[in-house]
Design a binder for this molecule. Structure first.
Ligand code: OFO
Length: 165
């Protein structure tokens, strides 16, 4: 059975995952209208993944005798300036999510809830991957600079990552 402190913290994480899904959906839509097809596809996929992260938490909270709450969300912005800044924001957002997962892990240990601690390890591993992927993409962006041909190839590369992951 989840204690109230952990239930509240897990519900806060449910909200963060839902907001992450909205942030990436907004990035996908922005990229799509800019003609950045590959980047849009990558972001749509990322948005779906965040929803899956949220659902996994919802199921877990309810299975453990808590009540997963579907709350209102902050609206994401809908203009990202340029794709370079957008990917920087993606990395910053993932770092923020990792911090929040770390805090949750900390609470689960303080509350001696080892089932939740074990469940959260999946998120810890996922965050390592997501941060690493965002950093790899930013490295590619730095390599292409302002080269238009490079952007075309980058867009295709990112699409490929979306298809393969
Ligand atoms: Fe990309 O963050 Fe979920 O967990």
């Amino acid at each position: 059975m989840l204690n109230k402190r952990l239930e509240k913290a897990l519900n806060a994480q449910i909200r963060i995952e839902a907001e992450s899904s909205q942030v990436y959906l907004s990035m996908a839509s922005w990229a799509e209208i800019k003609g950045l097809e590959g980047i849009a596809q990558f972001m749509y996929k990322h948005s779906d993944e965040e929803r899956m992260h949220m659902l996994k938490l919802v199921k877990f909270v309810n299975e453990r005798g808590g009540h997963a709450i579907v709350s209102d969300l902050n609206a994401p912005k809908n203009d990202f300036g340029d794709f370079q800044s957008m990917f920087k924001e993606l990395l910053e957002h993932e770092i923020f999510v990792s911090q929040s997962i770390n805090d949750l892990v900390h609470i689960s240990l303080e509350e001696k809830d080892y089932a939740t601690h074990n469940f959260l390890q999946w998120y810890v591993a996922e965050q390592i991957e997501e941060e690493a992927l965002a950093r790899t993409i930013l490295d590619k962006i730095n390599l292409i600079g302002n080269d238009k041909g490079g952007l075309y190839l980058f867009d295709r590369d990112v699409q490929q990552i979306a298809v393969e992951s």
